[in-house]
Design a protein around this ligand. Sequence first.
Ligand code: FAD
Length: 391
Amino acid sequence: MNILIAGGGIGGITAALCLAKDNHQVTLFEQGHAFTEAGAGIQLSPNCSRVLHYLGLEDALRSAGFLPEGTQARDWRSGRVIMDSPLGDTARQKFSTPYYHIHRGDLLELLVDAARRQAGIELRTHARIEACNDTGDGVEAQVGSTTYKGDLLIGADGIHSTVRTLLWGEQKPTFTGNVAWRALVPAGSLPEGMVRPMSTVWWGPGSHFVHYYVKGGELVNCVCVVEKEGWAIESWTEPGEYPELKSDFAGWHENIQTLIDNADHDSLYKWALYDRPPMSAWGKGSVTLLGDACHPTLPFMAQGAAMAIEDGAVLTGCLRADENVPSALQHYESLRKPRTARIQKGSRRNATVFHLSGMKAWARNLAAGKSAGNTMDGLFGYNALELLHKR
Ligand code: FAD
């Protein structure tokens, strides 16, 4: 089939790779002049690294990424370890593919490199899809003054998706009241052993602080979330000031102060976190959506990009199983909507749970200590490749 994709983020490019591997011809349109992801880290859990390995990216991921030893939750003030879930050999065998921490720029680069090597993928930058039309036997997409024809169009164009607006009208996302700071800290500037090789979340009243290694352990990526009203710019590139970050985490454990003090001040950015409720329908006819375009997900389960990556694999599987495009796309939606809605809701719930105080925080810590990571089996065990492995 001849497939058009709007959007060259993690979701769009992964979908292009999955589709091209199944011998489809893909044209991907990215509105930017180049493929870029702002400089911060991302966690890739086994449910999505499974898809990336299927695409032949294991070696590239192992060389660019960092393999954490587990996850940990700590108390914001005392530093007490509330929950410690080492990713031991049993977990590694159970999920078959690893958990990676990686710099977003490195991830996008390895995806784009793989797409450039694929004869079935045409990448077009500075190409914004502005209109689309379902012609009954396919789709037309408008980019500038040129009309492109395809058998289907996938809107992988992010939280402010044009394709979604063309299908369903304007629906503004709502500000959640949370602002995420991002900072990169040179690991060499920190006391040895202070940051363990784990994904660590510090829970505090009205805020939380996540850190993990990227760039093979050279940098510590920090995502610091604070409840804040009165500032709501959604952008990875909005600079933030050191004194404001410092005051947002005043009174927190000395490790947090050391991380903030050693952060590269040119790498401090703020991002207002927006949300949308799960959609009841994603696509119409031969047009569908994927990733943040249809299920923007708060980062509190680290699953937004993972869901976008899974989407691309499941969509490819549905097209393999059914050559009738509208019915294959309906099948894709029916498989993906329940899981992505669960993750959207769970991430939203975590925004409350992570920020509890007083007795509620005490009860949360007790429950978390007992569960010690067991709750992740359903999430990480999901196999987005199921239809692709059926012959
Ligand atoms: P986007 O990355 O938004 O890409 C959309 C692309 O479409 C862009 O390149 C844009 O330029 C292009 N575009 C837009 N309109 C058009 C158009 N009309 N025509 C052509 N091109 C267009 N997820 C995880 O899995 N793990 C994590 O650890 C994690 N951490 C996060 C931390 C924070 C603080 C935040 C905010 C998010 C985090 N996420 C994480 C979520 C993850 O970043 C997103 O879910 C993911 O990047 C979405 O990818 P996407 O391809 O769907 O959309």
